[in-house]
Design a binder for this molecule. Structure first.
Ligand code: AMP
Ligand code: MG
Length: 403
């Protein structure tokens, strides 16, 4: 039996980042950057004011209340036509370039104005309310490294350095196949011996959320020809992802179809719960995953094995979820010998994060995934006692603080 780490290492050693393409900036959101981005610009391009007020020489403001002659006005978008000398000030607005000779800004609320002069109610230090040239970016700065996930802040920085197009990795296309005679497709009322097809949809969503591009191959009946046909539909995909049909009973149908298609497959027993054996291999150089059929097992094995592989293929440097340590708010038992990945809700109080089981941990209880904020990692035959700490793989952005 393999450990989760051994299985993941074998998978990751067989996947590579996909080729790159240049895309318009706004098509790059959520993708992995494939080139270093070097700033050709100083940002800001010149020292400018961070307040509405008066540009001054700090040395002139010491003798409070100082009285300075106002020699002009500078608004954003206009370069000052002249500098200031001793005893002079210029009206200035936020974002406007500082005039030569000035080294500070005094905010408007600290001044009074009278007949072409400004009276300062306070002194200012050199540099006050001034944003120096290049304080954010210098020419030649490497602002983003390859492998960076492009989120809103990165998109903003790319626009700032003038990147109309960027090189990103291609998103892996993932063909998703469900198998089973008992499955009814979404939009069709399940017949007397049928259950709804869940996995095609939870996996589709997980693929999207991982930064890859899902393709739904629908449901194959438990017949070789049916599986063959659907697999052909997925011929253009980079990854094949099937669920169910890999346990002992009907094991050989998905595997047989893939093997006939030239796949080299490994059936691994991985020491984890939930999750029966998982199948991993390749067909024509493309990775193939056969996940267990129970909806929770499919989702958890996707999390642990497929998601990191897809993120590696998509070119991301960070391929793993964040892990945190949480205090057990109730005992968290893992009675089996296999390592447990147990669904927990997370809550924050003054002591930090706390974790609580979502309830029944059956691998067909999908509603317990709905309640889960993450998976507590519990060694086999171990109970995390009340108040003891446990490692949790956090799979949502936790925005709500509850007690
Ligand atoms: P199997 O591995 O084919 O024996 O499936 C294991 C369990 O998962 C069975 O109870 C199946 O009915 C269930 N199952 C398989 N595929 C799906 C699916 N796409 N959606 C919901 N449940 C499924
Ligand atoms: Mg089945």
């Amino acid at each position: 039996m393999l450990t989760v780490e051994e299985a993941l290492e074998q998978i990751l050693s067989r996947v590579r980042p996909l080729p790159t393409e240049r895309v318009p900036l706004m098509a790059a959101l959520g993708r992995a950057l494939a080139e270093p981005i070097v700033s050709p610009r100083e940002i800001p391009p010149w020292a400018n004011s961070s307040m509405d007020g008066y540009a001054v020489r700090a040395g002139d403001t010491a003798g409070t209340p100082a009285r300075l002659a106002v020699v002009g006005t500078i608004t954003a978008g206009v370069m000052p036509s002249r500098g200031i000398g001793a005893g002079e000030a210029m009206r200035i607005f936020t974002g406007a370039p500082l005039p030569g000779g000035a080294d500070a800004v005094i905010p408007q609320e600290d001044t009074d104005s009278a007949d072409g002069h400004v009276l300062l109610k306070a002194a200012v230090a050199p540099g006050a309310y001034v944003r120096p040239r290049g304080e954010d970016l210098r020419v030649g700065d490497v602002v983003l490294q390859p492998g960076t996930a492009l989120g809103p802040a990165e998109i903003g920085v790319l626009a700032t350095v003038g990147a109309t197009q960027v090189s990103v990795h291609r998103r892996p296309r993932v063909a998703i196949l469900s198998t089973g005679n008992e499955l009814a497709e979404l939009g069709h009322e399940p017949g007397p011996a049928q259950i709804p097809n869940t996995n095609s949809y939870s996996l589709f969503a997980q693929v999207l959320e991982a930064g890859a591009d899902p393709l739904n191959l629908g449901i194959a009946a438990d017949r070789l020809e049916s599986i063959d046909e659907r697999l052909r539909w997925g011929g253009a995909a980079d990854v094949l992802l099937s669920s169910a049909g890999v346990s002992v009973g009907d094991l050989d149908l998905v595997r047989a179809a893939l093997t006939r298609a030239g796949a080299e497959l490994h059936l691994w027993k991985v020491s984890m719960r939930p999750g029966k054996p998982i199948t991993f291999g390749s067909v024509g150089g493309r990775p193939v995953f056969g996940l267990p059929g129970n909806p929770v097992s499919a989702m958890v094995t996707f999390e642990l094995f497929v998601r990191p592989a897809l993120r590696r293929m998509a070119g991301f440097r960070g391929i793993h979820r964040a892990r945190l340590h949480a205090r057990a708010l109730t005992p968290i038992p893992n009675p089996g010998a296999r390592r447990g990945y147990l669904r927990v809700t997370l809550a924050r109080d003054t002591h930090g994060w706390g974790a609580r089981l979502t309830g029944d941990q059956g691998s067909a209880i999908l509603t317990s995934m709905v309640r889960a904020d993450g998976l507590a990692v519990v060694p086999g035959d171990t109970t995390i006692a009340l108040d003891e700490h446990v490692e949790v793989i956090a799979f949502r952005t936790l925005t709500q603080e509850t007690v």
